[in-house]
Structure formats: structure tokens, C-alpha cells
Design a protein around this ligand. Structure first.
Ligand SMILES: CC(C)(COP(=O)(O)OP(=O)(O)OC[C@H]1O[C@@H](n2cnc3c(N)ncnc32)[C@H](O)[C@@H]1OP(=O)(O)O)[C@@H](O)C(=O)NCCC(=O)NCCS
Length: 184
């Protein structure tokens, strides 16, 4: 069970649940082809983004739940991206992280900072044993985030998925709780 108090404060960011006022920014992010290029979904309509906000969750009660949080720089009124921690398996104590930033706000380390907080919550509060991140093999920006966090490249699956009309390859990065502890 993981019910953080919001907002979560990191050095430069607030991580908080979505709110209705996020619709314009989130739509601006999720409707861009360059943002969803290596994600499973197509650019989203405003209605789809409204549904994302409506159905998002900010606490984990059981396997399958996720923290889906807006990333908001301190001192700013608006979100610039989102970060997620998914509780993938209770039996195996496995979690997965993900992140997306508005292109105008990339290059500042915000994704690394927000995802690092998801690792901390996952290991230190949810008691996870292993947290992984998966990405399309050409998504170098995403791989760089996971490497900066200290995650290990565990697998390169070649053309394991048919996505957006082509065979895509997948990288799997991961970190164990013991590795997290030794980094602290
Ligand atoms: C993946 C994604 C979030 C990475 O964004 P990003 O801005 O490159 O990542 P960060 O926020 O961690 O920033 C890292 C960059 O900021 C720089 N930086 C500046 N200040 C920094 C700081 N204090 N700490 C860390 N990095 C800092 C780093 O050097 C790096 O720059 P570089 O790419 O020129 O080396 C972004 O490319 C994205 O949203 N992509 C589309 C969605 C997507 O594919 N998501 C991943 C799905 S698997």
C-alpha cells in the first residue's frame, strides 16, 4: 500500500495528482507526434486526455495500481510532464517506471529527478524488490534517463513487437533494492 502525501517535494519539483486544470498542457504534450513516437499510443484528442485525467490514480492499494503524477517545477503554476510508478507484481515485488516531458522542458534533468523519486517510493515505501523501465531501442533520451538513475541494461529484445506498422525492438533496464540501497 502506498498513499503518499501530496505534493511530493523534490529538489526542484512538485509531484502531484492531475487536476482538471491540467487538460490544456497535458493535451499539448500528448497530442504531439514527436512525444508519442516511441510510445504504444497515437497522439491523443482532448477527449482522450480528459479521460486520462479522470481515470488517473495517485495511490497504490494492490497489484495493477499506479501512481500517475504531474511534474510541476517549483515556482511554476503548470505541469511540464508526468511520471508513473506501476505496481506490476505483488508476489514478485516488481514495479515499473515511466515518464514524459513537454519538449520545451526537456534538457533540465526533470525526468531523472522525478523518476528518482518514484524509485525511492517504490523501494523504500512500497517495499519493491526490483523496478524496471522498458523502452523502444531507438529512444535514446529515455535510455539516458534510466542510465543516469543507475539502472542496468538487462535485455535487448530484437523486433519483439509489432507497433505502429513496424517491428520494434525493446530495451529493459532495471534496478534491485540492494542496488538502490548501495547508491544512497
Ligand atoms: C524521455 C524524456 C522524458 C527525456 O527527457 P530529458 O529532458 O532528456 O531527460 P531529463 O529531464 O532527465 O534531462 C536530461 C538532460 O538534461 C540535462 N541536465 C541539465 N541539468 C540537469 C540536472 N540538474 N540533472 C540531470 N540532468 C540535467 C542532462 O545533461 C540531459 O541533457 P542531454 O540530453 O543533452 O544529455 C523525453 O525525451 C520525452 O518526454 N520523450 C517522449 C516520451 C518518451 O518517450 N518517454 C519515455 C517512454 S519509455
Amino acid at each position: 500500500m502506498l498513499r503518499p502525501e501530496y505534493p511530493i517535494e523534490t529538489e526542484r519539483l512538485l509531484l502531484r495528482p492531475y487536476r482538471e486544470g491540467d487538460i490544456d498542457v497535458l493535451h499539448d504534450i500528448q497530442s504531439r507526434p514527436e512525444v508519442v513516437r516511441f510510445l504504444y499510443w497515437e497522439p491523443r484528442t482532448r477527449e482522450q486526455v480528459e479521460q486520462v485525467i479522470r481515470e488517473s490514480s495517485s495511490q497504490i492499494e494492490c497489484e495493477g495500481n499506479a501512481l500517475e503524477l504531474a511534474i510541476q517545477p517549483r515556482g511554476s503554476e503548470t505541469m511540464v510532464g508526468d511520471v508513473v510508478l506501476m505496481y506490476r507484481s505483488e508476489a514478485h515485488r516488481q514495479g515499473e517506471i515511466g515518464f514524459v516531458l513537454h519538449p520545451d522542458h526537456q534538457g533540465h534533468g526533470y525526468a531523472t529527478e522525478a523518476a528518482g523519486e518514484m524509485l525511492r517510493l517504490g523501494f523504500e515505501q512500497l517495499g519493491l524488490h526490483r523496478i524496471f523501465g522498458r523502452l523502444e531501442a531507438r529512444n535514446s533520451g529515455s535510455a539516458a534517463v534510466l542510465e543516469r538513475l543507475g539502472m542496468r541494461l538487462e535485455a535487448h529484445l530484437h523486433e519483439n513487437e509489432w507497433v505502429k506498422g513496424e517491428w520494434q525492438s525493446e530495451l529493459v533496464y532495471a534496478m534491485l533494492a540492494t542496488e538502490w540501497a548501495s547508491l544512497q
